[in-house]
Design a protein around this ligand. Structure first.
Ligand SMILES: *Cc1c(COP(=O)(O)O)cnc(C)c1O
Length: 412
């Protein structure tokens, strides 16, 4: 069966819950053991003192460790990503920070692409750096040789524990070559004999239009707040990968306590039922909207994965790792900040708000909003200008979105 067909019922049996066709919300903090020996056995497995036997399943203990809503959600997330395992979190930032803390210790080195989501950037450059993790960064236009040179100059090759990338990068839609990431990982691993974990924030194009695990990436991270939930009513996160790597992430999640709550997991499970319908429709709408933006005299540049004006190397990366450009469009308007604000303030259907991937269309001004704390010279160098608008396309009727854009663009 296709992934979308599993989203309606996988991992849940109505017999468990009075025939209820959908899983109920298991709004409980703790679970009753049948007897003391069972409780003992569950804890042995949960705290990794003993492995599950083939015939055995980990029983329910306490909702910080496990809960049916979290488990059903995780099984479906793993199907969507094509991974062995998944871990669900209370937010995207909880997922990302738990992954980093699970594999990075003071003295280790992290190689990270630039730009990344603002929260990720601040966590890495303020918190991780402060506790003694060495940070080496590279840009979207750095080729393999450049990145290797940077690593070499940093003298941190033998401390490298993680490579972390975000592609497409927010808000400019620039792409990082996942084949290059794996080549770097392999080269350094062969040299030092140390294991390196590669991670990709797949929020923008996953799980439908980009599958980093197929390229050998170890873990994908998500803000499930975005496309996965898609209704702007939940904050959540997810991490997908092999059983062995995810079990290390889950181990730390148990103690940092960032697991998803039962009600949030239930809402997200419901959202996954319509994921393919929503995302495919949002993508169809986005292509129509890019085609419209091309024709408007007050629009300057358009940044959209796969778009005809991308440079050759970006086009090649797109061909190799993306099956669609997705539903996030960035473009510049004439008139700098004044033009951008006039446009944003004139929108009627499209809401002026940050966040993305939801069923309603949203627009914002990265320069002064989501990326306001990025230093100005960095913003300039990565194309975040004061005339840049970031659009997240929803499932409204395409011509209604276009008419709203048109009337607002005409006001500049
Ligand atoms: C929103 C976002 C995050 C952070 O997720 P939260 O759910 O807000 O914690 C991380 N990465 C990307 C690409 C995002 O868009």
């Amino acid at each position: 069966m296709k992934k979308e067909s599993h989203m309606m019922s996988y991992g849940y049996n109505p017999d468990w819950s009075e025939g209820s066709v959908k899983p109920p919300i298991f709004q409980t903090s703790t679970f009753v053991f049948k007897n003391a020996a069972e409780g003992k056995r569950f804890f042995e497995v949960a705290y990794a003192k003993s492995k599950l036997k083939k015939s055995e399943q980990l029983g329910l203990i306490y909702s910080r460790l496990n809960n049916p809503n979290m488990q059903i959600l995780e099984e479906r997330l793993a199907i969507l990503e094509g991974s062995e395992s998944a871990a669900a979190f209370v937010s995207g930032m909880s997922a990302i920070s738990t992954v980093m803390l699970a594999f990075l210790k003071p003295g280790d080195a992290l190689l990270i692409s630039n730009p990344t989501y603002g929260g990720t950037h601040t966590f890495v450059y303020n918190y991780l750096k402060e506790i003694g993790v060495n940070i080496i960064s590279f840009d979207f236009d750095d080729k393999y040789d450049n990145v290797m040179k940077k690593l070499n100059h940093s003298k941190m090759e033998n401390k490298l524990k993680m490579i972390y990338v975000e592609t497409p990068a927010n808000p400019t839609n620039t792409l990082i070559d996942l084949n290059m990431v794996e080549k770097i990982k392999k080269t350094i691993q062969d040299k030092t004999g140390l294991e390196i974990i590669s991670v990709c924030d797949n929020t923008y194009l996953g799980p439908i239009w980009q599958s980093p695990l197929d390229f050998g990436i170890d873990l994908t991270c998500y803000s499930a707040t975005k496309f996965l939930n898609g209704h702007s009513d939940v904050i959540a996160g997810a991490v997908m990968g092999s059983k062995s790597v995810i079990s290390q992430v889950k181990y730390l999640r148990t103690f940092l306590g960032g697991m998803i709550a039962p009600y949030t997991a239930w809402l997200l499970t419901r959202s996954l039922e319509t994921l393919h319908v929503r995302m495919n429709y949002q993508a169809e709408n986005s292509v129509k909207i890019v085609n419209f933006l091309k024709t408007h005299k007050n629009v300057d540049e358009i940044y959209y994965p796969g778009y005809e004006n991308m440079n050759q190397s970006q086009k090649e990366i797109y061909k190799s790792q993306c099956s669609h450009g997705g539903a996030m469009i960035a473009f510049t308007v004439i008139g700098n900040e004044k033009g951008a604000f006039k446009f944003l303030d004139s929108l009627k259907l499209i809401k002026l708000a940050v966040s993305l991937g939801s069923n309603e269309s949203l627009a914002q001004h990265p320069y002064s909003m989501t990326h306001s704390d990025v230093p100005e010279d960095v913003k300039d160098s990565i194309g975040i200008t004061d005339g840049l608008i970031r659009l997240s396309i929803g499932i409204e009727y395409a011509d209604d979105i276009i008419n709203d854009l048109k009337q607002a663009l005409n006001k500049i």
